[in-house]
Design a protein around this ligand. Structure first.
Ligand code: GDP
Ligand code: PGA
Ligand code: MN
Length: 619
């Protein structure tokens, strides 16, 4: 088979595409590849087969080019570190666009530009943008290739780093291409260029990119154009761009949900299995919760996914979830042997790409929080000497590890099932220093959607811009809804209206980040979050106590299992306290937020807000 995949090296800019040598009979794909090659004028076109040999070749080339540093194979087999341009370290929300035909279809949460105007702009930017480079064609599928309706995509990119990362994050290559041909399937055309063409003889840099960055989605033809960045969410187009933004549009049209959620499997001491999905904004704890090691006796956690969940109502009206991804793209800082040993074990198996972490003197990687004590000497992510006295982080706060999901020892077997798993509970969570209790159970499904729609969180380093500003982030989807936010909330309401009401998941709001008066965390978090999960399950089973508050049900001091902790019932009561003064401000914030939806806010949610205000007034 690999003979099929010879790069047509004779291709020149006058005969782009070289379709006669292309290893596919998929006519729409051939035509698109030809068209992109004509536009971007690469030196050669290379069809990615996804094989190990190919990956070895590409990573060797990337090491030669200085883009990747090969890590010490004893400690990190087949693993590499990459260092980005210091201006290309996170998603760029200001430069992310939804270019629907009608402006109102993009809604107030998205940047919008007239699609024909945007196409003209992009055609200009992409014109000749791959000069001097190789154009890689990556067939991929998000979700299972064996799914009833597999969701295909093809990413064209001029970055081999993107190819190597996509190979970890998605199912890619020849098998996918064959299935696309067999079904003559639709695919999402996802075009990516780092936007740094090379002139004849020009020496490349280790991390080519452009100051001009554009991450653009066209909902009507489901296409993605990404220009100027090599960073994860901007460049690995199967992830946020496809599996969230474009998929949310597909989901709206086809009657399912594409969400920014982890999925975990929880087994009780009675050996009963529960599946929990949880939506937290970027860098707010999804990967950590998905890979949690319970600190309570008899409870077991396995993982299915840490970032993106696709859900549809099954034949019996139950909500079923799958993870469309094949890898983890986790925040490195804070991931350590004490906080997240499961991630550390997965990473230690190798086959990983680290971006913007620090290097140890023996060819390993380090980041803040990996170990309790920092090594005496490091090379920081910018390539400078670093010691614990340097007074600045060694790794970028948004540095990442990219690791195959099947290296997780605790991966649930159901990860491999195209039918997914039935969800018992949904958690919405954010990063709030005040106001929001550790955990609150919603009164019912619509009240839960209200909680999700008003979710708020302090901004993090996962996106460019100021860190620590509280913003509303509905269902943790603020940067990822591919269409109007009000329509998105309405979709949640109408879709579930057709479901089996008996088996609708119970919805909870969580906040691992509340602070005490002395500035410390009100709750230790990480593995101890298993105690909150236990309470969630016991609420579903009707066995745990709760206190009713105006915002919903919170644990009593005694109903959280604190065995082995040095926390008291009074500490729990403080962590779940609903403070009327704080909530007066919060209600004003919610009101302001809802006002921004205008006409498109679903009536049911307007009513929820009204009820909440009345509850506080009566309290
Ligand atoms: P994701 O981007 O949503 O997957 O977030 P991560 O799980 O990678 O976590 C992002 C950051 O939040 C890391 O620095 C973690 O150490 C930190 N974090 C995750 N879970 C908790 C928790 O339960 N408590 C506290 N205090 N921090 C957490
Ligand atoms: P995350 O996604 O910040 O939600 O982990 C990373 C990215 O896509 O940039
Ligand atoms: Mn994550």
């Amino acid at each position: 088979e690999s003979g099929d995949n010879v790069a047509p090296s004779h291709l020149d800019s006058n005969t782009p595409g070289a379709s006669k040598d292309a290893p596919t009979t998929h006519q729409a794909l051939l035509a698109w590849v030809q068209q992109v090659a004509e536009l971007t004028q690469p030196d050669r076109v290379y069809w990615v087969d996804g094989s190990e040999a190919e990956n070895k070749r590409l990573t060797d080339e990337l090491v030669d080019a200085g883009t990747l540093v090969r890590l010490n194979p004893e400690a990190f087999p087949n693993s590499f570190a990459a260092f980005s341009d210091p201006k290309d370290v996170a998603r760029v929300e200001e430069q992310t666009f939804i270019c629907s035909e009608e402006k109102h279809d993009a809604g107030f949460t998205n940047n919008w530009m007239d699609p024909s105007e945007m196409r003209e702009k992009l055609n200009g930017l992409f014109s000749g943008s791959m000069r001097g480079r190789t154009m890689y064609v990556i067939p991929f599928v998000m979700g299972h290739l064996e799914a009833e309706d597999p969701k295909f995509g093809v990413e064209i990119t001029d970055s081999a780093y993107v190819v190597a990362s996509m190979r970890i994050m998605a199912r890619i290559g020849t098998d996918v291409l064959r299935k696309m041909e067999e079904l003559d399937a639709f695919f999402v055309p996802a075009l990516h260029s780092v936007g740094a063409p090379l002139a004849e003889g020009e020496q490349d840099v280790a991390w080519p990119c452009s100051d001009d960055k554009w991450i653009v989605h066209f909902p009507e033809d489901r296409s993605i154009w990404s220009y100027g960045s090599g960073y994860g969410g901007n460049a690995l187009l199967g992830k946020k761009c496809y599996a969230l933004r474009i998929a949310s549009i597909m989901a709206r049209d086809e009657g399912w949900l594409a969400e920014h959620m982890l999925i975990l499997k929880l087994t009780s001491p009675e050996k009963k299995d529960y599946f929990v999905a949880a939506a937290f904004p970027s860098a707010c704890g999804k990967t950590n919760l998905a890979l949690l090691d319970p600190t309570i006796e008899g409870w077991k956690v396995e993982t299915l996914g840490d970032d993106i969940t696709w859900m549809r109502f099954g034949h019996n009206g139950e909500l079923r979830a799958t993870n469309p991804e094949a890898g983890l793209f986790g925040v490195a800082p804070g991931t350590g042997w004490s906080t997240n040993p499961n991630a550390m074990r997965a990473i230690a198996k190798g086959n990983s790409i680290f971006t913007n972490v620090a290097l140890t003197d023996d060819g390993g990687v380090w980041w803040e929080g990996m170990t309790d004590e920092a090594p005496a000497h490091l090379t920081d992510w910018l390539g400078n000497e670093w010691t614990p006295e340097s007074g600045r982080p060694a790794a970028h706060p948004n540095s990442r590890f990219c690791t195959p999901i099947d290296q997780i020892d605790m991966l649930a077997e159901e990860y491999h099932s195209p039918d997914g798993v039935p969800v018992s509970a949904i958690l919405f969570g954010g990063r709030r220093k005040t106001t929001v209790p550790l955990v609150t159970q919603s009164r019912d499904w619509t009240n839960g959607i209200f909680m999700g729609s008003t979710l708020s969180s302090e901004t993090t380093a996962a996106a460019a811009g100021q860190v620590g500003v509280v913003r509303r982030d509905p269902m943790a989807m603020l940067p990822f809804m591919g269409y109007d936010a009000g329509d998105y909330l309405r979709h949640w309401i109408t879709l579930s209206g057709k479901a089996n009401q008996e088996t609708l998941p119970k919805i909870f709001l969580v906040n691992w980040f509340r602070r005490t008066a002395d500035g410390g965390f009100a709750w230790p978090g990480f593995g101890d979050n298993s105690r909150v999960l236990k309470w969630v399950i016991e609420r579903i089973e009707g066995t745990a106590d709760a206190v009713e508050t105006p915002i919903g049900f919170v644990p009593t001091g005694e109903s959280l299992d604190l065995t082995g902790m040095d926390m008291t019932a009074a500490d729990v009561e403080a962590a779940v306290h609903v403070d009327p003064e704080e909530w007066k401000k919060e209600l004003a914030g919610i009101e302001e937020w809802y006002a921004r939806f205008g006409e498109s806010l679903p009536e049911d949610l307007v009513a929820e807000l009204q009820t909440l205000k009345e509850r506080f007034a009566a309290a």
